[in-house]
Design a protein around this ligand. Sequence first.
Ligand SMILES: Nc1ncnc2c1ncn2[C@@H]1O[C@H](COP(=O)(O)OP(=O)(O)OP(=O)(O)O)[C@@H](O)[C@H]1O
Ligand SMILES: [Mg+2]
Length: 480
Amino acid sequence: MAGFGNPTQAAYSTIRELVENSLDSCEDAQTQPMLEIDIQTINADTIMITVSDNGTGVPPEQVPSAFGRVLYGSKYSQQQKRGTFGLGVTMAILYGQITTDSPVVIHTQTHTSKGVLYKLLVDVENNRPLVESKEQLSRNAVGTTVTVQLRGDLKRSLDRIVEYIRLSTVSTPHAKFSLKIDNEVVLELGGWSKTLPAPIRATKPHPRSVDMELLRRLISRHSEKSLDSFLQSCFQKIGSRTSARFLRFMNLNPNRLMSEFTRDELSQLAQALRKYDGFERPDSRCLSTIGKDEFLTGVVSVFNAKLVEYASRGVTEWQGNPLALEAILAIGDEFPRSDVPTLYRFVNRVPLLYDSSEGVMTRVLKRINWTRYNAKSCEPVALFLHLCSTKIPFRAAGKQSLASIPEIEHETYHLFKELGRKLGRLNDRSRRSARQVKKMREFSRSFRQIARFSTTLAGQDEVPSTDELVKQLFEVSQDE
Ligand SMILES: Nc1ncnc2c1ncn2[C@@H]1O[C@H](COP(=O)(O)OP(=O)(O)OP(=O)(O)O)[C@@H](O)[C@H]1O
Ligand SMILES: [Mg+2]
């Protein structure tokens, strides 16, 4: 039950899982997300969380499996998504079920099917949904509303929940959120940007990204195919020539039927696909970075930052998965003051709030000598780092920090260094302008004295203003 260790974390994780699914669904629907989060206190230690969205809705026949079965999913393609495991919402439902013995309530409607309201439980032993009731009930629009009752500590988790929503509007600046607690609206946030992200393409998996699980799933659909045709039809970057080269190099029979492979042979095939270096780099059209303008809009709208700088790295890969990183350096009074910039972490647009001291991103941050860039001497500095990939190497099922993957470490390091250099330049500039201001003040004082003295010497009464003169002098020196 990772992520649901105690009532405080459970309240936060439940909201996070429901919100993630809702945002994914709105992205599929290509609409501006309008999410309503409603928390009701039932008694001292029980709360009811409802998240409502305007996404695609869930086809009625899929509701029981999507919500009541762990690892439900039939992914044969790669695409950047917030959800990756097919685990999240069922974990939230299970925690609610175990702690309060209540079913989850799902009210959903799609463009092609009428509204339906399900109440269901999870049969833990058999990993199966148990439908308690199902009725036709029209919704006022297409989308999904999920209600979970659970043992949760709202008081303790509220700060994190609010922080999660705030940061979600940084990474998804076109989304709008409202948070209601016991029928009172306590937060309305987002909609900073009107631009929807471009649709994300689903691509076939890259051969270097296979594992046994994926291979088995693909074979279950293509068992009648020969090895050669299986490789060409199930993977990206394998055409007839690449396939022939790979099979020759590995000394494999192209005509062997997939159904004839033994477990050991499949494991060898998976290994060979991962090792062969003759495949082109993975397709990156299945990634969706936030992008410079949108990311800056998010940071400036939420944190009132004074100075912001954006940097990004080109698309690269880790183990056959395309990988892209982008980051913002921001200076402003709202960030905590510290020798090292405060780090805000995002993966596939999801903010990570827990385990901030662990994981590869924080480790890289600490590896850099920030005093070199005078991080201490200026106003508080923050870094917003966004990583996107079709696979995220979380350290644990709680999905809060990343494992040390050399490619990710390398990319993060160089991105931070680039922003560090920008910070250094900003600091130099502000030091230079501070020196300039001081000099200008001294000149003004001296010029005023000279003007007063000259006026007396000339026997005049009115001292002329020297402001314009000083201004012109400094304009000239700046031009030079
Ligand atoms: N609000 C929703 N709108 C549309 N579909 C949904 C919604 N919530 C859940 N689903 C469907 O149910 C599936 C299972 O959700 P679940 O959260 O368990 O897994 P996931 O999001 O795919 O991965 P993860 O374990 O990382 O959360 C989703 O993949 C999605 O197809
Ligand atoms: Mg999910």
